[in-house]
Design a protein around this ligand. Sequence first.
Ligand SMILES: [Zn+2]
Length: 409
Amino acid sequence: MHHRRRLIYAALAGVVVAVLAASVLAASWQPAYSGLGGRLSGPRVPAPEQGSVRYEIRPGDNIADIMLRFGVPAAAVLQAARPDYDLARIRSGRELTIGYQHGQPHAVSLTYPIDEDSQLVVRWDADGGWVSSVDRVQYDERVVTRHFTIESSLWNASIDAGLRPIDIVRLAEIFQWDIDFNTELRKGDGFSLVADGLYLEGELRKLGDIHAVKLVVGGGDLVAIRHAGSDGGESFYDPDGKARRKPFLRSPLAFSRVSSGFNPSGRLHPVTGKKRPHYGTDFAAPTGTPIRAVGDGVVSFAATSGGYGKLVRIEHATGHQSGYAHMSAILVRKGQRVKQGQTIGKVGSTGLSTGPHCHYELKHGGRHIDPMKAKLPVSVPLSASDRAAFAHERDAWLPVLERASQAPE
Ligand SMILES: [Zn+2]
């Protein structure tokens, strides 16, 4: 049998974990602006009588200098903006828009993008002087499709397809009950997707709702179609209306790599050197990486336990028990009820351990099972009241998804 080449996720794991920190994602947002630009040295730009100019902020730029150059009364505008946003905090790479009006001796508006969804607008009002507000960015929305095949890594393939790291995390989340994204994807696997594209000035800036996704993995297809339930939350379903969400996540770490698999017949223990069965799966990840509860349940153990180091065990209503060892920090108490995906601790190297990893084990009826291979309970189907609406969405999006998956890349 052809042995499929494994992807080089090991090298990527660190990058991926860093990318996963949502706060980092938010903070690192940079619009793909292609600005008018221009250096701040040189003479003042003659302001147009009407219309607007755009200026891409350069490293080292000073807001007051920019305003002077473009005929914006700096002191008054900075003061008007201050309750909403401190313009001294402008970031290079973003773009200011400065508006002019016939008959006015100075600029009449200044716009700065604060983040993806909001912008600061300071406007000249002939009656009241400068007035500041934070406005929602108005995107143009149109359906986009993407199709890509993994050549070297999921990240490269999706970035080549014009997606951002946050979009890839969203795709991974849709299939997190089915696939461990770092160990189960291979070269040749791929995605097709249909989503709302949010455009600004003709450029795709981000994805809105994802309507339908197909993941081709190991020659098989997993399809997910979005449906917003009557409770307002969105979920993804297979074409038969079975939720992609299942009682158990595939793995306790969102992105990581398996460093040692389930092996009940024995392996040489890396610390003791003795041959002992390995009743779990080890996921290598940097110290501090969040560990997630794989399913809803009640914490039955949360303390230090010999070679396990800092250990958490959770009892699940399905008769399963999950265990998470070698933590650097435990974030739950015995008796506490936890939700699937909730962070219960952090990766560490406590107990008998050679380096930071999470030893994850799963028992059913008191017996150890292989968490990566075990047949786990399946999801409940859509309620009767949601089925008709779902069928309508499925019949609308599946043909679009099918066309997308046959399009050249
Ligand atoms: Zn282990």
